[in-house]
Design a protein. Structure first.
Length: 156
């Protein structure tokens, strides 16, 4: 009586054959919807496809040559150019560009890119923000009122 083999992940099989190993007693099961791959190789394949899709879109929409997104990312210390908090680990940083000229400026997180869009890239509005944060109107008028979360004894 011959035993029926379980289907083997095509990437596991390629690795096994490259190493010259025999068919395993317990091959990794093929997961449905992965194109004949085990869970691990299916996840790896999806990550690669997502990365390739991003690279193609950046190339098509912004005209960045292969690797230029990565150059900007490294130049900016792998962070959003404005807030310096977002790293793009969960969601890739957006390619920011001048809407008048189309020139790429750098990489921003979604909130910072949205903020620039809301400002319509107006330098004078950005300067007003700096003035507002440096000397808020309430401080200028001598108004001292503290938000309830920051009061020492919040009695009501």
């Amino acid at each position: 009586m011959t035993s029926v083999r379980n289907p083997e992940c095509k990437d596991c099989k390629a690795e096994r054959e490259r190493r010259g190993e025999p068919y395993p007693k317990q091959p990794r099961p093929v997961k449905p919807g992965t194109g004949g791959r085990c869970h691990t190789h299916g996840v790896q394949r999806r990550r690669e496809a997502k990365s390739n899709t991003h690279e193609r879109r950046v190339r098509k929409v912004y005209g960045l040559a292969p690797g230029q997104y990565g150059q900007l990312y490294i130049f900016q210390d792998k962070r959003c150019a404005i807030c310096r908090r977002a790293t793009g680990a969960t969601r890739k940083l957006s390619v920011d560009h001048d809407h008048k000229t189309g020139q790429v400026r750098g990489l921003l997180c979604r909130p910072c890119n949205d903020m620039l869009g809301h400002l319509r890239d107006d330098v004078e509005t950005a300067a007003r923000i700096v003035r507002y944060l440096s000397l808020p109107p309430a401080e200028h008028l001598g108004i001292v009122a503290i938000h309830e979360d920051k009061r020492k004894d919040s009695t009501e």
